[in-house]
Design a protein around this ligand. Structure first.
Ligand SMILES: Nc1nc2c([nH]c(=O)n2[C@H]2C[C@H](O)[C@@H](COP(=O)(O)OP(=O)(O)OP(=O)(O)O)O2)c(=O)[nH]1
Length: 130
């Protein structure tokens, strides 16, 4: 299958990041992860980060830096990981896509269940180096 491109938006507020639980309207509901979403044709990764964050939790964010690339465990998506600043604003989840949200420390993310292997690797290995 042709690999699709998606962004992951690691929203930072102080020493915490936004974790969301996948909602009932998406594949594999129940998993905890940072926000993610498909890159649309003609869109830059930064634009996709801003759009997806707005659609999924209603926050306006500023993309900071691309920090990692990975592949999903089912190989369907190449994931482009971005940090973004989200200092203010209230999180308002899109009900179908986001079941729950939590601002977590990296340690707190690692005890959420279930999480994807690639996301675990990000929080264990990549995020502490940033
Ligand atoms: N952070 C993270 N995001 C992931 C992982 N696996 C995975 O598919 N995603 C993201 C990439 C896509 O944005 C989204 C795919 O979910 P989906 O299949 O319900 O979304 P979709 O609407 O884009 O796809 P589809 O319905 O057309 O098949 O989830 C993962 O391991 N970690």
């Amino acid at each position: 299958m042709e690999q699709r491109q998606a962004i992951v938006a690691v929203l930072r507020r102080g020493d915490r990041v936004l974790a969301i639980r996948r909602g009932p309207g998406v594949a594999r509901p129940g998993y905890w992860q940072p926000l993610s979403g498909r890159l649309e044709p003609g869109e830059t990764e930064e634009q996709a980060v801003v759009r997806e964050v707005r659609e999924e939790v209603g926050l306006t964010v500023v993309p900071l830096a691309k920090v990692w690339e990975s592949e999903t465990d089912d190989h369907r998506f190449r994931l482009h990981w971005w940090t973004a600043r989200a200092d203010t604003g209230e999180v308002v989840p899109a009900p179908d896509e986001v079941a729950e949200t939590r601002w977590v420390t990296p340690q707190e993310f690692l005890v959420l269940d279930p999480v994807f292997d690639g996301d675990r690797e990000f929080f264990e290995r990549i995020l502490p180096e940033l």
